[in-house]
Design a binder for this molecule. Structure first.
Ligand SMILES: O=C(O)c1cc(C(=O)O)oc(=O)c1
Length: 299
């Protein structure tokens, strides 16, 4: 019997994503996805807030190939806490086609960091979403940020728009490049030009080291599939205003969705709506992730 049973309300990832109509440019990177376990091999963390379905590296590679991506950035999911073994195993098995984002505590040793670095980890994730994690004090996070900075790593940060005023100063003080998950989770029923999203745009405008993932229409939309039209103006605004500081990813296997499970092929078809020109698509999908995750390839 399997050691873990997924939550009763858990929606598993789409079993057979469609082939997207949008043909991804050569070298496209899915810059935000996760692996879950499998739990029997890589146990879920005792302090986790959810138990997902297993979604291992082989299923991720199959999705990558089906959608037409060349490479992945695998972000440590909160259900694995600070145990990065599932991500590291995937990175090592990827043949250089995946990089990773880890979660570490203050107790991490320099030897641990060096090992993560060798495996292909390029950053750490700080999570402020209260339904996903217990709070880590900002001084501990700052200490971690200063320890990973010399490795050339960056910080990936996940928070909700309502918490940005409180986090604003902390984020701007981070000593590395900062990548914000899912556009800082705007409430897309509010205006793009309104104060809430305006504060996020100001954060990016005033801080050239801050990037955003223009991800998760399926998570942010109130109107829902298939078009997620309410998310388009938010993502498109960031892509057009900060074309050199945006990343795109599937967010597969889509943790904690409750209303529906997206067809990942349809998510890829969302890309031209938010990055309408070939030049913007090339930056979003190829050039920007390469600069951050495979910088040795950039002349
Ligand atoms: O909104 C979420 O539930 C969510 C969770 C996680 C995670 O548990 O790591 O990652 C994400 O990118 C999004």
């Amino acid at each position: 019997m399997a050691a873990f049973t997924m939550d009763a309300t858990w929606l598993p990832f789409h079993p057979a994503p469609s082939k997207p109509a949008f043909v991804l440019p050569p070298g496209a990177v899915d810059a935000h996805c996760h692996v879950f376990g499998p739990g029997d091999e890589f146990p879920y963390a005792p302090g986790r807030k959810y138990t997902p379905c297993d979604a291992g590296k082989d299923q991720l590679w199959a999705l990558r190939d089906r959608l037409g991506f060349s490479r992945n950035v695998i972000v440590q999911a909160t259900c694995h806490g600070a145990d990065n073994r599932a991500v590291v195993d995937a990175l090592r098995a990827s043949g250089g086609r995946a990089k990773g984002i880890a979660t570490v505590r203050r107790s991490v040793t320099d030897a641990d960091l060096a090992e993560l670095n060798t495996a292909g980890v390029k950053g750490v994730r700080f999570n402020f979403v209260k339904r996903l994690v217990d709070t880590t004090p900002p001084d501990e996070l700052l200490e971690i940020a200063h320890r990973i900075a010399p490795l050339g790593w960056h910080v990936v940060i996940y928070f909700e728009a309502a918490d940005l005023p409180e986090l604003y100063e902390f984020i701007t003080r981070l000593p590395t490049t900062v990548v914000v998950d899912h556009m800082g989770r705007p409430d897309v029923s509010k205006p793009v030009a309104g104060p809430e999203f305006g504060l996020f745009v100001q954060l990016m405008r005033d801080n050239p080291h801050i990037w955003s993932k223009v991800t998760c229409p399926e998570r942010l939309s109130h109107l829902g599939p298939p078009d997620y039209t309410d998310v388009v103006p938010f993502a498109r605004h960031l892509v057009e205003t900060f074309p050199d500081r945006v990343l795109w990813g599937t967010d597969w296997p889509h943790p904690n969705l409750k209303t529906h499970m997206p067809d990942d092929g349809a998510l890829v078809d969302f890309i031209p709506k938010i990055a309408p020109t070939a030049a913007l698509q090339q930056k979003l999908l190829v050039v920007n992730p390469q600069r951050l995750y495979w910088p040795e390839e950039v002349a």
